[in-house]
Design a binder for this molecule. Sequence first.
Ligand SMILES: Cc1ncc(COP(=O)(O)O)c(C=O)c1O
Length: 439
Amino acid sequence: MAHRTPSKRKKAGKSPAKTSRKSSAQKSLKSPLLATSARNGAPGVTSPGKHFLSDKVSHFTESVIREMTRQAMLHSAVNLAQGFPDFPAPSEIKQAAQQAVAADVNQYAITWGAKNLRNAIARQMGVWQGITVDPEKEITVCCGSTEAMISTLLAVCNAGDEVVIFEPFYENYGPDSVLSGAKPKFVKLRPPATDSGEWSFDEKELRRAFDKHTKAIILNTPNNPTGKVFTRSELELIRDLCVECDVLAITDEIYEHILYEGTEHISMVSLEGMRERTVTINGMSKTYSVTGWRVGWAVAPEKITNAIRKVHDFLTVGAPAPLQEAGAAALSLPPEYYAKLAEGYRVRRDHLMPSLTAAGFKCFRPRGAYYVMTDISAFGFKDDVSFAKYLVQEIGVSCVPGSSFYRDPRDGARQVRFAFCKKPETLDEAARRLAKLAR
Ligand SMILES: Cc1ncc(COP(=O)(O)O)c(C=O)c1O
């Protein structure tokens, strides 16, 4: 890029002023929930071993979402915090995994992914998005889309680069940016004013976020936590800005198949002008209900793929070999599988939302993914964290405090998120407990 000379970069990296500016921006990634806990606060701040630690790790906390799962276990609460299904994965893919282990697919796969899986990913990108992908040169299979995202950011970001992120955001993106040396720049998604409305952003605010330091935009559609599915015209606006400012789009599309009411998922890479400047991230976790298998991937132009593959190789060597074979089988499931998946989640959404509304939450109806963001103003709590603590300890349901999805915790202080990727019995039990709030 013409405006990003190596000398400029070097200077930015060395400047103390730059470092301290970044520190204050990134400090706000700390979660109030964890910041008050002894486990989080103690070692890095006061122990004599402080000098053993990287400065980077002081800029963020452990995941609040995963912490809420531990809280749920501690208090025997119904876990509607973390987005993992509590029902079985499809038997076809479990059998494929068992067969792969039985056939001794037990050693390292090719670092950037088993051939069968890469071929299946390329084939399905053609079927679902009309994109031709070279499985030999443009796909990197990673340990989940989580690793695909951090490997991509480490592969493309230099110190001083900025990464545009819509907020509320999936909490990993903040620490991912810090770890890769980039500075996150947040653009607000505003909640719908009416029941039929959509989360929306201000075009001027988005335009202002793009400048000569912008390296990439991270886009998650269908979106966690809002359930927003970006429309074609929104994506075209983002596309135009990416082209105009020479910016890369890194799109997290792991909820691609979880859509409601005929909403359409459009992959950024399918838009004219984006083929050469998009990294598409996806994985098995959500589409096939196997979040613990840790298989995801990044699809990118060859040069970017080469860089991602280098990072990935030294981070993890490779994703679990037998589960990659099962991944190839999963991607061969018929179209009915995906229709049934989406319909199953629509039923679960419509199961949970009425109980939340009856209990006093204002729900923002999701168009995709499997979460519902809610407004908790009616309960009169000081903030989302005290409410989430009360809910898990006294009511027996865990949720995720809204502040963990925002840079400034105050922006999420009136929101909490519930996951509905659960069995009907789980949702029934949650509803029974949530009803106590209305009494
Ligand atoms: C938007 C988003 N991206 C990535 C992930 C993690 O995906 P994976 O299990 O493939 O690492 C999640 C999990 O909740 C998510 O919501």
